[in-house]
Structure formats: structure tokens, C-alpha cells
Design a protein around this ligand. Structure first.
Ligand code: NAP
Ligand code: ZN
Length: 352
């Protein structure tokens, strides 16, 4: 075992504090990565505050990881020391079930998540990316292009794939009218991808001060969703709406905007259920409500390659790890444009 340092929540009410723990020694197929940057996802806050239940503490969050390979195991063929790489929300799965065979490891019943998930190798719990280094099987390590700003790539590992995957699954493209609900970490990536896929993009926001940003990110129109008249102009007109909101809210106002056979896909996972949805909204136009979970490793690599080709990254604010608790409060106050990314080098300076 090798000692490393990270930041952990010791329980669901404590702030994050420096925390020393062990990573496993390299096994034959493992890659050891020095973490350079880690994005701050709203899921980190949900889990650190134990809003989804079953949180295991101490918890080192972080699943938007970018770093450099420092060492590889004897059987590693895909990576070498010095490579720029990424780790997202998953670090292992069974490899043999139908989901794994379909490259949809995120749905595998034995998928191991990057943190707050049992570690089959040690019998303990996985610790995430708010740390100096991580050891991961090569099959769950992604290639990252050095042509992009590595700090701004980090959020692609969760916010990026979580929006890319449903837009691809529902075949969003030219000629489609697509809604993105919520301009946060996920939402701003959803706007960028839907725009890049050629759709007509409408951003729904509760924040009137985000209108100009949304247009510059690629939205064709912006609707402040509290404005009922503005919402009414879009009744029955959308092919697809991707809802990224992190809080419980009324879904009926969005299902009413779908065309016949249109889909409202939920990726936001609030701690409280949404108020019950109107069944009439669904059955009278055969509309659907669906959900989507991150994306498989193959599709995550496809997304990263697409981003390198089209020069797409996240809009970020870099913070030192010492500001992490403040950053959480700012996310909760909707005061982030549009993703915090931790410079993990700041952990080294102050604690090693
Ligand atoms: P975020 O950066 O905090 O963005 C959420 C956005 O939702 C806010 O920027 C805000 O946008 C809107 N919003 C917040 N409170 C609202 C309210 N009370 N009513 C209406 N809108 C509200 O969060 P994120 O990191 O993008 O994550 C969003 C959600 O997705 C979280 O629940 C997270 O756990 C989940 N998630 C799911 C997956 C998955 O695989 N399904 C993966 C990652 C994250 P406006 O100011 O524009 O209204
Ligand atoms: Zn996330």
C-alpha cells in the first residue's frame, strides 16, 4: 500500500479536511496517475452531505479527474509514463454481463464507482479524485488530448459524458429542436454538445442573468422558465429535452413542451422526488420521461475525441483545494460559471 493525501468529509455534516489514506500497490493491469485537476460535480455535494443515503465516511469525493501516468503495471499495454489521462465516475465492472458486453458498464450491477463504492481489491471503500494520486485498471483509464487545456477537460469526465450520451442515444442532430434545462456544470456542456450536433438549442433557466452566457455557449434561444407566457410559446414543439436540474421541481411544465413522441430525459438526481407528473401530458401525445446515467467507457473516449476534434472544453473557475468548502457553498447558491476545478498541485504545496 502507498500513502497518499486527499481531502475528505469525515461525516455528512463535516467540512472537507486533509486526510491521509492508502492506495493499493500496482497490480499487473494497473495505471498509477498523478492527479493534476479534479472537477467539482454537484453529485459530490449530494454524496458528501449524504443526500442520496448509504454514504460511507470518511469520503474522498471527485470523479472528474485528469492527470499524468507515473507508473504502469507489467501487463499494461494501453498507457505509458507521461501520458495525459482521465478517470470518470467508474473504475471497474464485472466485464461479462450483458451491460458490460454492450459497452454500457455504468449499468453493470457490479460496477465500481470512483468513490463512495466498495473496493473489491481491499474490501474497503474507494476514494476519489480530491487527492494526489490514484491507481486504476487500464480498462477504465481514458486518453486525453494534450491539445486541450487539461483543467478544462476534467469536467468532461462526468458533466461531459452525462450530457453527450443521452443526446447521442436519442439521436439529436440537425433539424431537431432541443431543450436543455438548467445552466450549471452539466447544462452548459449540454448546450455545447447539442449546438455542435447541429440542433436548434433552447436553454431553460431560472437565472435571468445567465441569458447572455447561454447564447455565447451555443443556445439559439433562452427561456426564463418562471415566465409562463414565454414557456407557453413553446408548447408541443420539442423533439427532446435534457433536464439537468439538481433540485426537485415541476416536470409538467416541460413535458407539455414536447411534440408527439418527444422525450424528456432526466439526468439531475435531487435528494427529494419531483412533484408527481401529469399522466395526461404523457398519454395524449405519447410523450416519454426517461433517465440516463453517465456513459460507458467506449462512449466516454468517443466524447473526449470529439471534444479534441471540435475544441470543446468546460468553462471553469480554478480553485486551490483549500477553497473547496467555500466552492460547495457557492455551487449551492448557484454562483459558479460553470464548473469549479481543483488544482490538485495546491494540495502538494501545503501538505506534503
Ligand atoms: P449544478 O452545476 O449545480 O447545476 C444545476 C443547475 O440547476 C443550476 O445551475 C440551475 O440552473 C438549476 N437549478 C438549481 N436549483 C434549481 C431549482 N431549485 N429549480 C430549478 N433549477 C434549479 O449541478 P450539476 O453538477 O450540473 O449537476 C446537476 C444534477 O445532475 C445533480 O443532481 C447531479 O447529481 C446530477 N448528475 C447526474 C449524473 C447522471 O449520470 N445522471 C451525472 C452527474 C451529475 P439555472 O440557474 O440555469 O436555473
Ligand atoms: Zn458527476
Amino acid at each position: 500500500m502507498q500513502n497518499t493525501i486527499g481531502y475528505a468529509a469525515l461525516n455528512h455534516t463535516s467540512p472537507l479536511v486533509p486526510f491521509v489514506f492508502q492506495r493499493r500497490e500496482l497490480m499487473a493491469e494497473d495505471v498509477q496517475i498523478e492527479i493534476l485537476f479534479c472537477g467539482v460535480c454537484h453529485s459530490d455535494i449530494h454524496q458528501v452531505r449524504d443526500e442520496w443515503g448509504s454514504g460511507v465516511f470518511p469520503m474522498v469525493p471527485g470523479h472528474e479527474i485528469v492527470g499524468k501516468v507515473v507508473k504502469v503495471g507489467s501487463e499494461v499495454s494501453k498507457f505509458k509514463a507521461g501520458d495525459s489521462v482521465g478517470i470518470g465516475c467508474m473504475i471497474d465492472s464485472c466485464g461479462v454481463c450483458l451491460d458490460c458486453l454492450d459497452d454500457l458498464e455504468q449499468f453493470c450491477n457490479k460496477a465500481e464507482f470512483t468513490y463512495n463504492s466498495p473496493d473489491k481489491h481491499t474490501g474497503g471503500t474507494n476514494y476519489g479524485g480530491y487527492s494526489r494520486q490514484i491507481v486504476v485498471n487500464q480498462e477504465f483509464v481514458l486518453n486525453v488530448s494534450d491539445t486541450l487545456d487539461l483543467a478544462a477537460v476534467a469536467p468532461l469526465l462526468c458533466a461531459g459524458i452525462t450530457t453527450y450520451s443521452p443526446l447521442k442515444h436519442w439521436k439529436v442532430g440537425k433539424g431537431d429542436k432541443v431543450g436543455i434545462v438548467g445552466l450549471g456544470g452539466l447544462g452548459h456542456m449540454g448546450v455545447k454538445f447539442a449546438h455542435a450536433f447541429g440542433a436548434h438549442v433552447v436553454l431553460f433557466t431560472t437565472s435571468s442573468d445567465k441569458v447572455e452566457d447561454a447564447i455565447s455557449l451555443g443556445a439559439n434561444e433562452v427561456v426564463v422558465s418562471k415566465n409562463h407566457d414565454a414557456m407557453a410559446l413553446h408548447i408541443s414543439s420539442f423533439d427532446f429535452i435534457l433536464n439537468t436540474v439538481a433540485a426537485s421541481h415541476d416536470l409538467d411544465v416541460f413535458t407539455a413542451l414536447l411534440k408527439r413522441d418527444g422525450t424528456l430525459c432526466l439526468v439531475g438526481l435531487p435528494d427529494h422526488p419531483h412533484p408527481s407528473s401529469s399522466v395526461a401530458n404523457l398519454i395524449f401525445k405519447r410523450r416519454q420521461i426517461a433517465g440516463s446515467l453517465i456513459g460507458g467507457i467506449k462512449e466516454t473516449q468517443e466524447m473526449l475525441d470529439f471534444c479534441a476534434e471540435h475544441n470543446i472544453t468546460s468553462d471553469i473557475e480554478i480553485i486551490p483545494i483549500q477553497k473547496i468548502n467555500e466552492a460547495y457553498e457557492r455551487v449551492l447558491k448557484n454562483d459558479v460559471r460553470y464548473r469549479f476545478v481543483i488544482d490538485m498541485g495546491t494540495l502538494k504545496q501545503s501538505h506534503e
